[in-house]
Each structure stands twice: as structure tokens, then as C-alpha cells.
Design a protein around this ligand. Structure first.
Ligand SMILES: [Zn+2]
Length: 172
């Protein structure tokens, strides 16, 4: 996994204001890369999605004072399940986290919807509590606490949903 992350870290810059992505095959070869995402997402066309089965998608999150500063988004994990990726990795300024959909695949919609719904709910609750706060220090503390809760959730539900979740430490 380090190989992909180290390669990707050479492709991004910590002050990037847009997301970037590289899709690798399991042998570590680059299939394609995206340099022109937005502040919130990287878009793929149909041809790119068609190549994604079994691959490793590494992408960056922009540091924008949101929960995605430290975490994978529900959309990241849903995409991984939908296109049967081996792994989706989010590289943020603060951490690296990875999700493997495992048995959360397209034929398993009930489980997948339940999982994404629960995760999005945590995300929305987190966002709602962040919106009430104007103090930046307090905000950072709350983001850290929420990110921890959500990573715990992703770890604790591995057996229930059949996915795998990995997390690496803080960069700074
Ligand atoms: Zn993402």
C-alpha cells in the first residue's frame, strides 16, 4: 500500500485547491490520472469507470475545514462498491484512510444502502454540529473527535457489512 501512497504523494501538493486522483492496477501500474478535480470531488467518465473493477483508486481531499479533511466520504465508499474497486484511498493533509468494499458489491444493495445511509447520517450529524461553531480551535477539536468516531464506526462494522477499513496516522 505504501508504494501507491508514496507515488501519489509526488503527484499532489499539500496546498492543492482541487482534488486529484490516480487509478492503479494491482501491480502498481498507473491506468489513468485526473488532475482537474474540484474542491470537493474528482469526476470520471464512463470509459474510466469501465476500467475501475479491481483497481486501487488513490485521491486527495482538499483541506477545507470539513470532515473530509480527515476522512473518506460516503460517496468514496459508494463508488468503490458500485464499480467493484479493490481499494479506495483518501489522502488528506492529516491522514490516509482506505476502504475495501469486500462483500459490499452491486448485487448486495440492501446491505450497501444500509451501510452508506448510516455513514452519511454520522457525516450529516457531524456537519450539523460543526455549523453551530464559529471558533476555529473548537471546530478543529470537534472535527478530530468526529473523525475518530466515524473511523471507529468503519472499523466496528467490518463484520456486519463485509468491508475493510484501514487508517494511517497524522502527517503533521
Ligand atoms: Zn473522497
Amino acid at each position: 500500500m505504501d508504494v501507491f501512497i508514496n507515488d501519489f504523494l509526488r503527484f499532489i501538493h499539500k496546498d492543492d485547491e482541487i482534488e486529484k486522483a490516480i487509478v492503479y492496477n494491482r501491480d502498481g501500474q498507473v491506468l489513468f490520472s485526473i488532475r482537474n478535480g474540484t474542491a470537493n470531488e474528482v469526476e470520471f467518465d464512463k470509459d474510466e469507470f469501465d476500467q475501475m473493477k479491481g483497481t486501487i483508486l488513490v485521491h486527495s481531499h482538499v483541506d477545507n475545514g470539513d470532515l473530509t479533511d480527515k476522512l473518506l466520504s460516503g460517496a468514496d465508499m459508494d463508488t468503490a462498491a458500485e464499480y467493484q474497486l479493490h481499494l479506495v484511498i483518501a489522502v488528506t493533509k492529516h491522514s490516509v484512510s482506505a476502504f475495501s468494499p469486500g462483500s459490499l458489491l452491486p448485487g448486495n444493495h440492501n446491505k450497501r444502502d444500509e451501510f452508506i445511509e448510516e455513514y452519511e447520517q454520522l457525516f450529516e450529524n457531524g456537519k450539523a454540529s460543526l455549523e453551530k461553531i464559529n471558533n476555529e480551535i473548537e471546530k478543529t477539536e470537534i472535527i478530530t473527535k468526529l473523525a475518530k468516531e466515524m473511523s471507529d464506526y468503519l472499523k466496528e462494522t467490518e463484520k456486519r457489512f463485509g468491508h475493510k477499513y484501514y487508517e494511517w496516522g497524522v502527517f503533521e
